[in-house]
Design a protein around this ligand. Structure first.
Ligand SMILES: NC(=O)c1ccc[n+]([C@@H]2O[C@H](COP(=O)([O-])OP(=O)(O)OC[C@H]3O[C@@H](n4cnc5c(N)ncnc54)[C@H](OP(=O)(O)O)[C@@H]3O)[C@@H](O)[C@H]2O)c1
Length: 289
């Protein structure tokens, strides 16, 4: 199967550049510098030239706070680009896997969000990602899968894990929000789910994260424990739980965005590992690199 991957230099893109060729797929991985997905002419010409069997869209404007004042750029990457991809995919009967986010939800739910639950994003990032989802599902219903995920991290790029490791090495103590609840998701577990989805060319909307739930505070404490154990940090610093109101950010975030993965597990036969196990794997990989 020939796959074109967009967002190749992002943390998910870099992971897929390792896992997909290893699983036997022919992969053409394009970074933003090589192809901006909102450039209609270039996008169409490239796809028509390559004629892939599948497209994976891991490209996105992911700077959640900056998006509040940069909505044109966020909309170009998160809504206009996916619209162009979906329209090409439908015209050419090509399967499109589009990655989306738990931030399409408001977090007012009292149980994990299912794929059919009402979306009501709180931020520009969430709104533009939702617009992208709607274009994909409307334009290519028979050829697209929207895969929502949450709290993504890896050893690559910018993410909470890497920010915490830097701050823990620099500071004498840290305050971390403990009233936002979700599930950390390693790009490696997500890549396993993507492989399963590719094999079936699944369609619709599905949810994926690692197993279990955590607050950002829980995640930070686990990161520090595992990083000290692995020798990535020399010492532990005190970590204090604080409410989100004590750490105001330009973008509002859902206070609860756990994703219900039962449909995904049943349909793709892909079981997530507990987030802490995935964290240990990523930290061990960082130690040996
Ligand atoms: N990170 C999270 O916590 C999280 C949570 C839930 C869902 N997701 C979703 O998961 C997917 C992968 O995210 P990630 O964490 O791997 O993001 P990432 O590390 O920020 O990577 C996104 C990549 O997309 C590229 N990009 C941005 N605008 C583009 C455009 N117009 N055309 C082509 N490429 C463009 C970026 O290039 P530049 O760096 O050059 O801008 C970057 O390499 C995204 O759909 C994201 O919305 C992420």
């Amino acid at each position: 199967m020939k796959i074109v991957l967009f967002g190749a230099q992002g943390q998910l893109g870099l992971t897929l550049q390792q896992t997909l060729p290893a699983a036997g797929y022919q992969l053409i991985a394009l970074s933003r510098a090589e192809l901006d997905i909102s450039d209609e002419q270039k996008l169409r010409a490239t796809l028509t030239d390559l004629m892939p069997d599948a497209i994976i869209n891991a490209a996105a404007y992911t700077a959640v706070d900056t998006a509040e004042t940069d909505d044109l750029a966020a909309r170009a990457a998160n809504a206009a680009g996916p619209k162009l991809l979906a329209s090409w995919a439908a015209e050419n009967k090509c399967w499109l896997l589009h990655i989306s986010t738990d931030f399409v939800f408001s977090g007012r739910m009292y149980r994990p969000y299912t794929p059919t639950d009402q979306t009501d994003p709180l931020s520009i990032y969430g709104r533009t990602k939702l617009e992208g989802e709607l274009h994909v599902r409307y334009l290519a219903p028979e050829y697209s899968l929207v895969l929502r995920t949450s709290w993504v991290y890896s050893q690559f790029g910018r993410n909470f894990l890497k920010t915490m490791l830097r701050l823990m090495a620099e500071k004498n103590s840290l305050n971390v929000v403990d009233d936002q609840i979700g599930t950390p998701t390693s790009t490696w577990g997500l890549a396993r789910c993507i492989d399963a989805a590719l094999q079936q060319k699944a369609t619709g909307i599905l949810h994926w994260s690692d197993a279990g739930v955590a607050s950002w505070y829980d995640f930070a404490v686990a990161i520090q424990d595992e990083a000290v154990r692995a020798g990535l940090l020399q010492k532990a610093v005190p970590i204090k739980p604080i409410p989100g109101t004590a750490y105001p950010t330009p973008a509002k975030r859902p206070s609860f965005s756990v994703l219900d993965k039962r449909d995904t597990i049943a349909q793709l036969h892909c079981e997530p590992a507990h987030w802490r196990h995935e964290l240990i794997n990523v930290i061990n990989a960082m130690r040996s690199s």
